[in-house]
Design a protein around this ligand. Structure first.
Ligand code: NIG
Ligand code: FE
Length: 391
């Protein structure tokens, strides 16, 4: 029999379940709240005074509880470091897709054990900052063997694994067409059993619209669901292709035309914004306000990778989104929890309601707004994953 725990004396509980909260906020806020965990699931949420009897009791001490962050975009199977490239950018050099080659060389040279140790290091770092679900990708191998081993390693740590053989054209390919044939052929066959998603970097210097379509369509035929790196460094066809193919998410969305925004508003594809990348490449910010005002579902994620966004911190991304992308603190917190879940087409995470996975974060603050109000402060003081306290 599973044991039950009540976390009580919560000043602000973010449920992301408007039907159980007060008022009409999408955050479904409950004040003076409690949440009951039974086994690995949420069993009850409501006012502290009405909480049912449980086996165990945790006093939140008048602090805030929210769903664990859902980081729906990261690149954590890698080796090496690109400090020099970052330094050069901060002296005025611009970011290009070409830097990926540096990480490809280091990743190919690393052993399985080194790659896994690196992955677990950054996962522990993310967990301490409240991330309870993460997606991660291949994309630094670019050979049949190196891509499939990256996915095998990732799959030991998350069910949200993405095949990104089409990150850039491999440096050893004869030509781009031959590489696309490999990515959609032998490499896909080797990788599909280890992944849920297929992704492509649709960008100048990486893959154009036709190549991206070929990659995602081949993945779909093998049972992988599409997501796409789109419109990061320049305007392009990626976002509209994502909507056309019913991709779960179009990621980056920094350079958008009105037609791109309209396409996102008309489909199911989530716009995942990755402000760590704009921070670390000193690029213009994506306009979250424009997307939200058009009715687009927005997710916020880290894009954690050694080249363009070396942060595992969702709270940092929330603070950037509030300061520079036109989001309110409530919108940013929703996007980093329920929004991330939507970008992974999941409804068992990102919300605290009966039956949901008991993935929770306790902040050393009375409200979730403090994630933006007190930027840079390590506010996460407790984390429960699948009902077990892990921080
Ligand atoms: O999401 N945009 C493409 N891929 C990564 C960058 C990877 C790298 O620079 O190593 C991104 O920003
Ligand atoms: Fe990325």
């Amino acid at each position: 029999m599973s044991s039950s725990t009540v976390i009580t004396n919560i000043a602000t509980l973010v449920t992301n379940d408007p039907s159980s909260g007060w008022g009409d906020s999408p955050l479904g806020l409950i004040h003076d709240a409690a949440v009951v965990i039974d086994g690995d699931r949420v069993a009850w949420t409501g006012e502290s005074s009405k909480a049912p009897a449980t086996d165990n009791r945790v006093d939140a001490g008048g602090r805030a509880v929210l769903p664990g962050f859902v980081d729906s975009h990261s690149h954590l199977v890698f080796a090496g470091d690109r400090t020099q490239e970052f330094n050069a950018r901060m002296s005025g050099r611009s970011y290009t897709a070409g830097g990926i080659r540096t990480t490809v060389a280091a990743t190919r040279a690393a052993s399985d054990a080194e790659l896994e140790a690196n992955l677990t290091h950054y996962l522990a770092e993310a967990l301490r900052q409240g991330t309870t679900t993460f997606e991660t990708k291949s994309g630094y191998g670019l050979t049949v063997e190196d891509e499939s081993r990256a996915l095998r390693i990732a799959a030991r740590h998350t069910e949200e694994v993405t095949y990104l053989g089409a990150h850039i054209v491999s440096p050893d390919a004869d030509d781009p067409a031959a590489y696309v044939a490999l990515v959609t052929g032998e490499m896909l066959d080797a990788c599909a059993p280890h992944a849920r998603w297929i992704d492509v970097f649709c960008e100048k210097g990486a893959f154009d619209g036709d190549q991206a379509r070929a990659v995602l369509t081949a993945g779909k035929a093998k049972g992988l669901h599409p997501r796409i790196h789109a419109n990061q460094l320049s305007y392009g066809p990626g976002v509209q292709l994502a909507v056309e193919l019913d991709a779960a998410s179009a990621d980056h969305c920094t350079h958008l035309t009105d037609a791109d925004v309209d396409a996102l508003a008309s489909g199911r594809t989530v716009a995942t914004l990755l402000p760590g990348a704009e921070f670390s490449t000193r690029a213009q910010w994506p306009d979250a306000r424009r997307l939200l005002d058009a009715g687009v579902t927005v997710a916020l994620s880290t894009d954690c990778n050694p080249g363009s966004s070396f942060t595992s911190s969702v709270p940092f991304c929330i603070a950037l989104a509030v300061r520079d992308m036109g989001m309110t603190p409530d919108e940013a917190v929703w996007s980093a929890t329920a929004g991330g879940a939507a970008a992974l087409r999941r409804d068992d995470i990102g919300r605290l309601r009966p039956g949901a996975r008991a993935d929770l974060t306790l902040l050393d603050a009375p409200s979730h707004v403090h994630l933006a109000y007190r930027p840079g402060v390590p506010l996460v003081t407790g984390v429960w994953r699948r009902g077990a306290r892990v921080v």
